[in-house]
Design a protein around this ligand. Structure first.
Ligand SMILES: [Zn+2]
Length: 151
């Protein structure tokens, strides 16, 4: 068996590294596409559920994991207090939850502090994209926002 020259060895190593990088990029793109499908499905179901009254008993069929939301680049959960209709936006990346926890883990934490002493559990209205100036907006306007339909 002929020995490979240094130049040939470097060329083969480089080609192998390029192949591995491409495979990794394809794998990441596939994982992101899958996560986006799950988040879109959740958002579609959440939009449907928001039109139903609580007495119908129809809730979310599933909740995506925090890792899935971050992977889909929709890391902000929009939740609403059923009592006062106040909407909050929570950046999942800033929370200290296990990445495989579902976003339902947020519900107790984001339940309304204005409706004390017995606040109703918050409803997750959907997941949204974090705008680049989201953190700046939060600093300026705070955590809470009044929905446009309530103004
Ligand atoms: Zn409230």
């Amino acid at each position: 068996m002929p020995e490979r020259s240094d130049k040939e060895y470097r060329k083969q190593s480089l080609l192998q590294a390029i192949r591995e990088e491409r495979a990794l990029a394809e794998e990441k793109a596939a994982a992101k596409a899958y996560a986006e499908r799950i988040v879109k499905l959740f958002n579609a179901r959440a939009a449907k559920n928001s039109n139903l009254d609580a007495a119908s008993g129809r809730g979310h069929a599933f909740f995506p994991t925090i890792k899935c939301c971050v992977l889909a680049e929709m890391p902000v959960a929009a939740t609403q207090c059923p009592g006062c209709r106040m909407i909050t936006h929570t950046d999942l990346r800033a929370k200290d939850y296990h990445p495989l926890a579902t976003i339902a883990a947020l519900i107790f934490e984001v339940s309304c502090s204005r409706c004390s002493p017995n606040p109703p559990l918050a409803t997750i209205r959907g997941l949204i994209v974090a705008s680049p100036d989201y953190n700046q907006l939060r600093k300026t306007w705070g955590k809470w926002a009044v929905p446009k339909s309530q103004k």
